[in-house]
Design a protein around this ligand. Structure first.
Ligand code: HAM
Length: 437
């Protein structure tokens, strides 16, 4: 029997768990204060849901199995298709817009590497039923609120956004056939992820005519957002249909930028025409969050998906949102010295309120009564089973990061604040009746 955790998975001992909770607590706090409600979906689903909707890359990374009834199932690699399925099922009774969040445990059969594991946690923020680019910008605002809550600044991260709608017209204008577009988008998604030579070869395979390739590359290099510049990159000859589609996509991006400015987060974000995202269902504005030097994999990614609910048999309800993983985020926080050290003292919400002490070796019964009274009173309290001198027990109280000690000596309980050293004596009977004073 191999007793190691499977590669790409993690054991969370209590000290690592404190750090994980510190991150997920921040995600939850931020979601709620931005007006999102929490949901969750099953840990496994029908394989089809992900195979069809997430696209080929995720399909290759599925942990799938067949149950005893012959059903083909998969552990969830992401939550967006399940969110769409859940919303579709109750769509008529849900007030719009639907602003939901989840913090899910996901699995992808990836090759484990820095920032990418086979099991991880992902925070999802989604708005359904709101077509305006303000909703895309609001999701970005929430992502930034999350980064900020964990201590990261505009200088330490960057959000690079583009438009899959715009890139799709560019490809169409460069004579890429509609059925080829998803494949070419997948190649473009790899531009910053594979060596330049590999990318060139992939693009050559996907778009054989050199002229078309040059036009696409010129578009990817132009960082100003302007319909005329897009047309110029493509050589200027556009059908009126393509010109109108470019105009519309640029307009969406402009409104998105204006909303980012109103939300006062424009300095966190930059236009990057090459951002198209790897998942199949995106249709509009898309973005990825990186560390400032882009030396790590993406911390988060998301965008607009206006057809997903409809392709799953629902109404034409539009959606937009992102997912942020805990792995790259943890690495970046560590590198920037922003992760609290694992010492329990650094996690205020997770500290012990009282450590209860037997001062003279003969007050063990009082200790049990006091511990129970405190717990009944709604505060956390613990004690030592060992008979130990007072000093050792105080040391243990410190190790457990207790805020106070309740020191029992016969008929007296001394409550000692372990930070200030201040203490008061109380009769044990009175303490048991009103442990919190
Ligand atoms: P995604 O880009 O596949 O998007 O994943 C989003 C984030 O999840 C990544 O940026 C990364 O932080 C984290 N992540 C993904 N795979 C792994 C892995 N193997 N190990 C560690 N972290 C990972 C989605 O999943 C979309 N469903 C997000 C979304 C929500 N779009 C709209 N709403």
């Amino acid at each position: 029997v191999d007793l190691q955790p499977v590669k790409g998975t993690r054991d969370f001992y209590p000290d690592a768990m404190r750090v994980r909770n510190w991150i997920t607590d921040a995600w939850r706090r931020v979601s709620l204060r931005n007006g999102f409600e929490e949901y969750d979906s099953p840990i496994f689903e029908y394989l089809d849901l992900f195979e069809a909707k997430s696209g080929p890359e995720i399909a290759q990374q599925l942990f799938s199995f067949t149950d005893r009834g012959g059903r083909r199932l998969a552990i969830r690699p992401e939550t967006t298709p399940a969110l769409a399925r859940m919303v579709n099922a109750k769509v008529n009774s849900l007030p719009r817009p639907i602003k939901w969040f989840s913090i899910s445990r996901l699995c992808r059969a990836e090759n484990p590497q820095k920032g990418r594991l086979r099991e991880f946690f992902q925070w999802n923020i989604d708005i359904l039923g709101e077509p305006s680019p303000q909703a895309d910008a609001e999701c970005v605002l929430v992502a930034i609120d999350g980064l900020r809550e964990l201590g990261l600044t505009a200088g330490e991260t960057k959000i690079r956004y583009g438009s899959r709608a715009l890139v799709s017209v560019v490809l169409r204008a460069a004579a890429v056939g509609d059925e080829q577009i998803p494949g070419v988008l997948n190649v473009l998604d790899k531009r910053d992820k594979v060596p330049p030579k590999t990318f060139e070869a992939m693009l050559r395979d996907a778009v054989p005519p050199e002229g078309a390739r040059k036009g696409i590359l010129r578009f990817l290099e132009a960082t100003e957002l302007d319909a005329a510049a897009v047309a110029a990159a493509l050589g200027g000859k556009l059908s009126s249909e393509n010109a109108a589609a470019i105009e519309a996509a640029v307009n969406d991006l402009r409104q998105f930028q204006a909303a980012l400015a109103s939300f006062a987060v424009a300095d966190w974000c930059e236009y990057a025409p090459g951002i198209v995202r790897g998942l199949a269902y995106y249709t509009g504005i898309v973005y990825e969050v990186f560390d400032a030097s882009q030396s790590l994999r993406a911390l988060a990614g998301g965008g607009r998906y206006n057809n997903l609910l409809e392709t799953l048999g629902g109404p034409a309800l539009v959606g937009t949102g992102f997912g942020m993983g805990d792995v790259v985020l943890g690495i970046l926080l560590q590198e920037r010295g922003k992760l609290p050290s694992e010492d329990a003292k650094n996690f205020p919400g997770q500290r012990l309120d009282f450590f209860v002490i037997d001062a003279d070796g003969s007050s063990a019964e009082q200790v049990l009564a006091v511990v129970a009274a405190l717990r009944r009173g709604g505060v956390s309290a613990d004690f030592s089973y060992k008979r130990q001198p007072l000093g050792k027990q105080l040391k243990e109280a410190n190790r457990r990061a207790a805020l106070r000690a309740a020191i029992c000596r016969g008929e007296t309980v001394t409550v000692k604040d372990l930070a200030s050293g201040q203490q008061v004596d109380r009769p044990v009977e009175q303490f048991l009746a009103r442990p919190l004073g």
